[in-house]
Design a protein around this ligand. Sequence first.
Ligand code: ANZ
Ligand code: ZN
Length: 830
Amino acid sequence: MDARTGTGRDGYDPLGIVDKWVERWRRLRVFEAGGLAAPAGQAVEARPRSYVVGMYPYPSGDLHMGHAEAYSITDVLARFARLRGRNTLCPIGWDSFGLPAENAALKRDLDPRDWTYANIAVQAESFARLGVSFDWRTRLHTSDPEYYRWNQWLFLRLFENDLAHRASAPVNWCPVDRTVLANEQVLGGRCERCGTRVQVQHRTQWFFRTTRYAQRLLDDMAQLEDGWPAHVLAMQRHWIGRSEGAEIAFAVEGRDEPLRVFSSRPDTLFGATFLAVAADAPLADELCADSRREALAAYRDELTGGSDAGRRATSGVELGCSAVHPMTGARLPVYAAEYVVAGYGTGAVMGVPGHDQRDLDFALAMGLPVVVVVDTGGADPATSGTAADGDGVLVSSPGFDGLARDAAIRAVTAELERRGAGAAAVRYRLRDWLVSRQRYWGTPIPIVHCPACGAVPVPDDQLPVRLPETGYELRPDDGAAPLASATAWVSVDCPACGGAARRDTDTMDTFVDSSWYFLRYPNPRYADGPFDPAGVARWLPVDEYVGGVEHATGHLIYARFVTKVLHDLGLLPFTEPFTRLTNQGQVVMAGRAMSKSLGNLVSLAEQLAAHGPDAVRVTMLFAGPPEEDLDWADVSPAGAVKWLARVWRLCADLGPAAPGTGDPAVRRRVHRLVAETTTLVEGKRLNVAVARLMELTSALRTAVDRGHGPADPAVREGADALVRMLSCVAPFTAEECWERLGHAPSVVQHGWPEADEALLTEESVTCVVQVGGKVRDRIPVPPGIGEAELRAAALRSDRVRAALDGASVAQVVVRPPGLVNVVPARSARR
Ligand code: ANZ
Ligand code: ZN
């Protein structure tokens, strides 16, 4: 079916109505929130507010199917809140710093700015034509100096409060491209661009101390139990990864400092047969004997960069020193091993191959002894290759044998404390947030490095530190960070001593930008701080936050962290930024994620051109629950167009309503469906809500065709209700229908329909009343009627009395609600 011609739709033109409404909504300013950023204390709005935020987009090109899905859901929630009388703010901005702009600029030899802002312009236009009810006054771009200056401000507040610090951390280095790669540019240990094996290099980089907030990030989840999906909370809990155990000190021969390890199983101490430290950390260098340096360097060369997941447990290199067991005094070898993570615990482990699988894999690969110290009744790990990690009692642990796990942990920890060789400890899997990026298109870090003063913060009144717009190389030949090539920009006077100094040449992770953008929306031009306190008081925290589950641990942890920091600085009155969270699923094609290389990319622009924005929105919302993946191969935008055309025709067919309230059965049906749809949207069961609207459409059509006709006031009432509710999912069509029903100027200004409680009681059913087995009457009764009540109703019937003709009643058989049989006494009329 060709949408343009309107074939088969009696003139319904889903594309022809778009511009008209985009324009009219703009002119009427119907999506502008009341008193957006009015001064503090000024009472502008008595209505309760609703702040509905979709995670802001990255401007990678035009909008795609994923955007359409996410913002269709966001928009339904916003429009629903608005119709229900809430002062609603649905903001929009762009996450416009980031690597793709830099890659596109490199490839096409242009300025990342031009690429970025051109894409933003295209997306903004597409959003408008998708009918998303944004309040465009909130518009912000994180790559604007007026925005990123506040990233720098935030950085400085963290720095002052000892929440930003520098430490050495590994980066992925591509020796061919001579550049640092982001983790997402490393595929299977190789450079995404040239396929070369990535090397690990160490650089001093900036971190935010998220670990200081680990326990509060856990504790405050209590506030989110009702509003966030349970699996997102579970993912965060796992990501933060609280672990209880002990820190244990092993003396190292020839070294003053002991080697400390963190173990969640101090009860297995007597099974430790080696120690291992993270291969990519300085600790390995400190422990390494001179004779082993070459071996360590060679081992490091083959380390693969990237995520922790791919770390092999079966390789390592001996460092040539020995550690002393704190209980037995045994000498244990010390290794550098890839499977030990530098950032977790102390970056060192005691290897207990009997009871830890990775230690066992390592020990078997290295030919190290395997000692069983917990009797779990399982097979011998040394021969089976499977660590005995079950419960049991201690064995071969002099002084502790026979103790079960918890008691053993307590006893061994107490003994370590007595000997000054350890203490109970809590560790978190969560790591400090590495915010330095060796990239150009990001927020410059507001620090100046002075040979005399060290790392000196740029004074607030010198912010923003602007990105140089010229005189830089995106990929300098010397392999340095792009900003280091902007020599004129880099040289600066030290803010502290005035001497010659250099700017920090890293830029910030773009997750810094997105950790607080929702605070700025109410007043994006605010110049006295990152956000307007009055706007924040009026709109925050976010009532409904919508975005992909891929942000469950990254963005949503960072935003929670920054919110808590700002709270602690006295700048925010709340500790959690997002009260309710909805995750939308992915749009896939024929069971697979859409991708250019698979050739299964569905173009949103083409879908919009073929079916119009309303049908695309309806298709996405109707396909399944918001959080589930949506397979475009299984849905029918043409079907959605047909339904919308039916609604449109229904409204076109209705004449002026006759007086009165109309057919009571139709009214009851309408009000029941309004009540159900309301509950469904509240519960975010949007696909079922759309199904109810379809049901209402059919019911009204039937009533027009077979019932009291197009003038029935009940049908008219139903069509009004249908169109108001429809405006949340298919706003363009709803507006056209609203006009056809004789209203003006926009359905947005009219409320969500209210269901009349009195009409929600169930309709009556027909009860057959027999006398002596012969049907004598049919009476309407409520479906839930009780036995005694039904009996009385049947005996009241005139027809039943006539049939009895004076005979007395011997028995009444009552089967609610459908049947009553009155048995007359034999004596009568015989
Ligand atoms: C000895 C031991 C014996 C361990 C045993 C476990 C089982 P969770 O529970 O996730 O916190 N570990 C400690 N630091 C590490 C690091 N930096 N890199 C890799 N592994 C590390 O894990 C804690 C356990 O993970 C610690 O307890 C340690 O191994 C290991 F039967 O110590 B265990
Ligand atoms: Zn200085």
